[in-house]
Design a protein around this ligand. Structure first.
Ligand SMILES: Cc1cc2nc3c(=O)[nH]c(=O)nc-3n(C[C@H](O)[C@H](O)[C@H](O)COP(=O)(O)OP(=O)(O)OC[C@H]3O[C@@H](n4cnc5c(N)ncnc54)[C@H](O)[C@@H]3O)c2cc1C
Length: 431
C-alpha cells in the first residue's frame, strides 16, 4: 500500500498516490471508517497495519460505542454497556486484553443463587434449573438442524416449568422473550467461559483505539456513492472524500434514517435493516455499601420469571458493584415507565437476593440513544438472511461491519471485532 500519511480530515490535501485513489489526488484519504466502536476500531487498526490512510469518524465525544466504562457515577468503573468477553478462549478481544496486560477474571455461572420467591437460596431449584438448561442446549442443537424457518425459542418448549425457566433465561441473554427470539439466531451466541476485564470493556476499547486517527464529534449524515471512484461523506463537520468507506453503525441507527445514502440503499439492504430490530435489554448498575465477596456471583428468582418479570443479578466478585439485567417485554415496560421505575425494580432485585440497599443506581437508555438505538440487533424470526444482507458490500466501495454482521458471536463485542477485521479484508480485496 503506497499511502502512509494519516488522513487529513477537512484539509483536503493531496495524498501521495494511495492505491485506491491513484487517479484522484484531491481526495482526503483512502478509507473512511465510520463509527469507533469495536468493529470500527478493529477495522481501522487492521487497515493501518496494512498501511492504508484511514480516517475514523465518530459521532460521540468518546470511542467504544456500546462498550462504555463509566468511571464516575457509581464511584468506580462500571460498564454501562458490554461487560463480558464472552466465550473467552475464542474471543479475539481476550488476546488483545492480554497483550495490553489487563487482568481477566473468570465469571462462574455455576456460582448462582436460585430462589423461588421468599425463603432464600434453594439449591434443589438451582440443580433443576441447571439440568433444564443443559437439556435445552442439547434440544436447541437438534432443533436448529431441522427447525422450520422462523422458529422461535418458544417453539421448542416442552411445557415443563423448569424448561420454561431455562428458556426464559436463555432468551434474556438475547434480549427478548422466548416467543420473540429466533432459534437460529440464538445459536450464534455461544457464551460460557466468559471473562471480566480489569478497567471494563470500554477501557479496553479505549486502549485499543489509542493512536488511531479518530475524529470525535463527527456524526456522518450522508454518504454519496455517485462519483464513480470515491465516496463522499458529509455531516455537520463538512465533507470528506475517501476511496472507500466502512460503515459500522448499528442497523437500528441506519434503519432510522440517520444517514442519507445516495443512491438509496437497495431493497434487500433496507429489508435487512428492518429485520434487525433492536433487542430489549436494560442493564442497571448498583453501587453497594461494601463488596459482597461471599455472595453468589449470579442470582435469579424463579417466582419473578413466572410473573413474566425475569431479572438476572450479577455481583462483581471483586468490587462493591452489581448489575441487574431485564430483558424482553418486562424491560420494555420498565423503560416506558421511566428511569425511576427501572431503578426501583433493580433495587428490589438486589434487596431480594442480598438484603443490601444500593447507595447509588445508574443506567443508560441505549434504546433512545441516537447513536445506538438499542443494545444490539435482534433478528426477526424468519429473517435468516438479514445479517448477511446487512453486511453485504455495495459496489465494492461501501463495506458494512458490526455486531449485526453474520458469523459466530453475533450480537457481541467479539463478533463486532471479527466483523471489523472481515471488512478490512474486504477493503484489501477490493483495492
Ligand atoms: C447494556 C448492554 C450490555 C451488553 N453486554 C455485552 C456483554 O457483556 N458482552 C458482549 O460481548 N457484548 C455485550 N453487549 C453488546 C456489545 O456492546 C455490542 O455487540 C458491541 O459493542 C457492538 O459494537 P459495534 O462496533 O458493532 O457497534 P457500536 O459499539 O455501537 O459502534 C458503532 C459506533 O458508531 C457510532 N455512530 C453512530 N452513529 C454515527 C454516525 N451517524 N456517524 C458517526 N458515528 C456514528 C456510535 O457512536 C458508535 O461508537 C452489550 C450491549 C449493551 C447495550
Amino acid at each position: 500500500m503506497a499511502g502512509r500519511r494519516r488522513f487529513l480530515g477537512l484539509t483536503a490535501a493531496a495524498l501521495a498516490a494511495p492505491m485506491v485513489v491513484r487517479a484522484q489526488p484531491g481526495l482526503d484519504g483512502e478509507v473512511a471508517v465510520i463509527g469507533a466502536g469495536a468493529a470500527g476500531i478493529a477495522a481501522a487498526r487492521q487497515l493501518i497495519a496494512w498501511e492504508y490512510d484511514v480516517a475514523l469518524l465518530e459521532a460521540r465525544d468518546r470511542v467504544g460505542g456500546r462498550a462504555w466504562t463509566d468511571g464516575g457515577s457509581l464511584g468506580l468503573a462500571w460498564d454501562r454497556g458490554a461487560q463480558w468477553l464472552h466465550n473467552g478462549r475464542a474471543n479475539p478481544l481476550r488476546a488483545e486484553a492480554r497483550a495490553l496486560g489487563l487482568a481477566l477474571t473468570d465469571s462462574d455461572y455455576d456460582d448462582m443463587q436460585v430462589t423461588r420467591g421468599a425463603g432464600g437460596a434453594d439449591d434443589s431449584a438451582r440443580d433443576a434449573l441447571f439440568a433444564a438448561l443443559e437439556a435445552l442446549d442439547a434440544r436447541m442443537e437438534r432443533a436448529a438442524r431441522t427447525a422450520r424457518p422462523g422458529a422461535t425459542l418458544a417453539e421448542i418448549a416442552t411445557g415443563d416449568s423448569w424448561d420454561r425457566a431455562a428458556l426464559q433465561l436463555s432468551a434474556v441473554s438475547m434480549g427478548g422473550d422466548p416467543d420473540e427470539v429466533s432459534l437460529m439466531d440464538t445459536m450464534l451466541l455461544e457464551s460460557g467461559d466468559d471473562v471480566l476485564v480489569a478497567g471494563g470493556t470500554g477501557g479496553l476499547l479505549q486502549a485499543l483505539a489509542r493512536g488511531l486517527p479518530v475524529s470525535l464529534g463527527h456524526a456522518v449524515m450522508a454518504i454519496d456513492l455517485r462519483p464513480a471512484d470515491h465516496v463522499v461523506i458529509s455531516g455537520p463537520f463538512g465533507t470528506l472524500r475517501a476511496g472507500v468507506a466502512v460503515v459500522t453503525l448499528p442497523p437500528a441507527v441506519l434503519a432510522g434514517g440517520a444517514v442519507r445514502f445516495t443512491p438509496g440503499l437497495p431493497d434487500r439492504k433496507r429489508e435487512a435493516l428492518a429485520a434487525l430490530g433492536p433487542a430489549e435489554f436494560v442493564k442497571v448498575g448498583l453501587r453497594l455499601p461494601a463488596a459482597l465477596p461471599d455472595a453468589a456471583e449470579f442470582a435469579v428468582d424463579l417466582a419473578a420469571f413466572e410473573r413474566g418479570q425475569a431479572a438476572l443479578l450479577h455481583i462483581d466478585p471483586r468490587l462493591p458493584v452489581a448489575s441487574v439485567i431485564f430483558a424482553g417485554r418486562h424491560a420494555a415496560a420498565l423503560r416506558h415507565e421511566g428511569p425511576r421505575a427501572v431503578a426501583e425494580a433493580a433495587r428490589a432485585v438486589l434487596r431480594h437476593h442480598t438484603g443490601a440497599e444500593a447507595v447509588a443506581v445508574e443506567a443508560h437508555d441505549w434504546a433512545t440513544d441516537p447513536f445506538s438505538r438499542g443494545p444490539w440487533a435482534r433478528v426477526r424470526p424468519g429473517a435468516d438472511t438479514a445479517r448477511r444482507d446487512y453486511a453485504a458490500a455495495l459496489d465494492d466501495r461501501l463495506f458494512f461491519a458490526g455486531e449485526a454482521a453474520p458469523g459466530p458471536y453475533g450480537t457481541t463485542l467479539g463478533g463486532a471485532w471479527n466483523a471489523g477485521l472481515a471488512a478490512a479484508g474486504q477493503v484489501w480485496d477490493a483495492t
